[in-house]
Design a protein around this ligand. Structure first.
Ligand SMILES: [Zn+2]
Ligand SMILES: [Zn+2]
Length: 449
């Protein structure tokens, strides 16, 4: 339900109270107990560390590193955690870092994740701390850029660790601060899990931010349930003996066969897939041929397949394999199909989300500042954590005041640094509030085998 609708219903219900109970409706001040006292402390500590954290963000932004090469970034994170007095483990799943903060009071283990990697994009933003770093990609020199805001995610991770380590005596339980490599390659989270990031402490809930390139600072988007898609891929090679273009009866035409495949897959979505099962198949790569009058020996097709949930990805694999096999066989075309499951879909645990939304609304200053958004078909490897532990990712507005929107993965991506302090404050309050809930009011951890 949209927050606007929810508050409208609350308003109506409160208006009905005098009729139901015969007593006057409570004044707003009676209805709300007000934020806990530690919000003020979090606010003060955030304001104090904000310049330092913004300086770190700028340093990270000027020195971006590609997936699994985040050595400088990981070193900076580990040093920072060490200075805060956290228990630190490095080199998890490559360059991943874990910082463990133990509160002074008993309570649950919770986690926050920030990703560290950048993209092979040449920065065009006009910033004093714009990246000048270069890297060789496919034999060509290209720039390196934090174009997906992971510098901001890492900086906020440090900021929250700093704020809450200064409030240790008031904090219940333990927090894991996870600096993750290689989100852009889609396997950094999985590598950290396989490498035992939860070996010593297993969190019962995990939270993360991603920058939102459509929202201003001070707002967040949230999506209950699936918010990111399974990112699966297939590679199809269709073979032929090849022949003259004037004698097409002499060989299989892999271009014609491949074309049938492309169209049949689109028809399959509209005719075989439930309209409510979000599905995208994009054949983004179709290479074949060298001349107008030669039927080539090979056509290569590559596609991305997007969906939600394990069942749907399995169903799609079966349907796509069946369709391709049928078309190729009917044309007598030899083929090889390699179908790969990539990053799984991201599931935001709806109850966990409901449990933290009041905190988001209180910290941001109103229900209209935490806005329900539509799910996307993009990928996010935080999903690997979400398969292990109830998880919520919030999208944090970062659009600078002078822009209508900005765009992640673009050379001109820019963020409003005001969002950094807001994110630190918000996540600190979320962790603090959630840890104080009694076990019966927290989301039950998943069963582990
Ligand atoms: Zn990205
Ligand atoms: Zn990202």
């Amino acid at each position: 339900m949209k927050p606007a609708t929810r508050s409208a219903i609350n308003f109506l219900l409160l208006g009905l109270l005098p009729i139901i109970h015969g007593t006057p409706a409570p004044r707003p001040s009676d209805r709300q107990a007000g934020p806990p006292a530690y919000y003020q402390k979090i606010q003060e500590l955030t304001a104090r560390i904000e310049p330092e954290i913004i300086a770190i963000r700028r340093d990270l932004h000027a020195h971006p590193e590609l997936a699994f090469q985040e050595k400088r970034t990981a070193g900076l994170v580990a040093d920072y955690f060490q200075k805060l007095g956290l228990e630190v483990r490095t080199g998890i799943g490559g360059t991943g870092v874990l910082g463990v903060l133990k509160g002074g009071l008993p309570g649950p283990v919770l986690a926050m994740r920030g990703d560290m990697d950048a993209l092979a994009i040449t920065e065009e933003a006009d910033l004093s701390f714009a990246s000048r770093e270069k890297v060789m990609r496919n034999g060509q020199e290209t720039g390196l850029m934090h174009a997906c805001g992971h510098d901001i995610h890492t900086a906020m991770l440090l900021g929250v660790a700093s704020v809450l380590s200064q409030m240790k005596s008031q904090f219940r339980g333990t927090i894991l601060f996870i600096a993750q490599p290689a989100e852009e390659w889609g396997d950094g989270a999985q590598k950290m899990i396989q490498d035992g990031v939860f070996r010593d402490y297993r969190p019962e809930a995990i939270f993360a931010f991603h920058v939102d390139d459509t929202l201003k600072a001070g707002y967040v988007h949230y999506v209950p349930g699936y918010s990111g898609a399974n990112c699966d891929t297939f590679f199809l090679n269709i073979s032929s003996e090849g022949c003259h273009g004037a004698n097409p009866d002499q060989c299989v035409d892999p271009i014609v066969v491949g074309s049938h495949v492309v169209l049949a897959l689109q028809a399959m979505i509209s005719r075989e897939i439930d309209v409510h099962d979000h599905t995208v198949i994009t054949v983004g790569y179709f290479h074949a041929g060298t001349a107008t009058n030669i039927i080539p020996k090979k056509a290569e097709l590559r596609a991305t397949v997007r969906s939600y949930g394990d069942e749907q990805r399995e169903r799609l694999k079966e349907k796509i394999t069946r369709t391709i096999t049928g078309i190729c066989q009917s044309h007598g075309a030899p083929f090889e199909l390699d179908y790969q499951f990539g990053t799984p879909s991201l599931y935001n645990h709806p109850e966990l989300l409901q449990a933290i939304l009041p905190t988001a609304e209180a910290v941001l200053g109103g229900a209209d500042r935490a806005i329900e958004d539509r799910p996307e078909m993009g990928g996010e490897d935080f999903s690997y954590f979400a398969r292990e532990i109830p998880a919520v990712m919030l999208s944090l507005g970062v659009v600078p005041p002078h822009l209508e929107k900005t765009s992640v993965h673009s050379p001109t991506f820019m963020a409003d640094e005001k969002a950094i302090g807001i994110g630190i404050k918000l996540m600190s309050c979320i962790l603090m509030d959630y840890a104080r809930k009694p076990a019966a009011r927290r989301v039950r951890p998943f069963k582990t085998s």
